[in-house]
Design a protein around this ligand. Sequence first.
Ligand SMILES: [Zn+2]
Length: 425
Amino acid sequence: MSQGYCEKKSEGETCNEAENMEHLKRSSRGIVLDTIRKTERVARIDIANETGMSAATVTGISAELLSQGLIEEVAPDASPSDSRRGRPRVGLKIRGEAHLVAGVKIADRSAVVALLDFEGKLVGEFSLPLPHLKMSAQECAGFIRELMEAAMATNGRHLSDLSGIGLGMAGVIDAPRGFVHWSPSLTTRNVPLRQLLADTFAAAGPCPPIFLDNDVNLVALAEQWFGLGRNVSDFIVVTIENGVGMGIVINDNIYRGTRGCGAEFGHTKVQLDGALCRCGQRGCLEAYVADYALLREANISGEAFQDPNAEKQVQELFYKAKAGDVTARTIFQRAGKMFALGLANIVNIFDPKLIILSGERMQFDYLYAGEVIENMKNSVVQIDVSPPEVRIHKWGDLMWAKGAAVFAMEGVTERALRELSKNAR
Ligand SMILES: [Zn+2]
């Protein structure tokens, strides 16, 4: 669940023995905190059993985490079954009030905010329509400040109550640098958005730390914390909305690639010199399964729609296909075949335990109909072990925002542990 608490030294620098010990101790604190978070309520001795640490180490680390207010003790469970097993044990749990974090998802037409306490409980939500479908970098930063101020006021809180803000948006994003190489939500490329946001927030007062990432990575985090990815070390999330996205979890960590663009599933090629994609290339998966691809096919066949809204038009086309319209059906059937090919490529490259098809679009079953899954199975390397399970998770923008809040929570936790480590020296 944790992204690792050890700071990397720059190339050429090595740690001395004391620093190594401190890094080890800091990651031990992280492991204890993660164990408490996963278990929700756990006795010290059970943490020792689970992690393989000594009881004395766990007691020492628990005392530090208690003194920082990150965790709290809970009264022993006095149920008869518990007391029969000996003296009831005091449990430890995450202290919800320790930190408040916000997650923001910039969607196609609106932005959604989720507020989580340190336990990961949803304590508030908010949304505002975007001023424009594409914003300049400055306009985007100003809008997010306005959005956050309104979200906090609506939930009876203030910006200064926040320990961190996580922000997820579509595009190619360098998360460690908080840098947007390209996003469909912005009019310009190469935007140092985190710095711009920090400057914009700072103009009105103290600015909480801001954490920025590609939105599908944050869906993968949300699946890991709250969804179908709980207790699964290796899984892939595929989202289909306006475009096609993918989040990769390997060994419990999000895999981001070296340039922040390691999971462009939508732009993997499924056809040589095929249909033109929004990215300017040909034959991308997205050019066959995204909204605009389906509607392009429909327009070629002269399909008439009642609603000018693209999202509604896809719905209309889907219902026509369901009602037996032959043209509409062939459009979805081809999209399903291409999607199956894309899924098979994922299985052949990663061999994950689980593939989660996630997002609102999952109300349209053409992407996971029996024949799509069957086509996928037929296109993967054949061995005598079942291919990965494919599960469907229908959820809306709030869950994307919760994923963004979890990203902020991980960053805030890392900072808290670093602080603890500094004070312990
Ligand atoms: Zn493309």
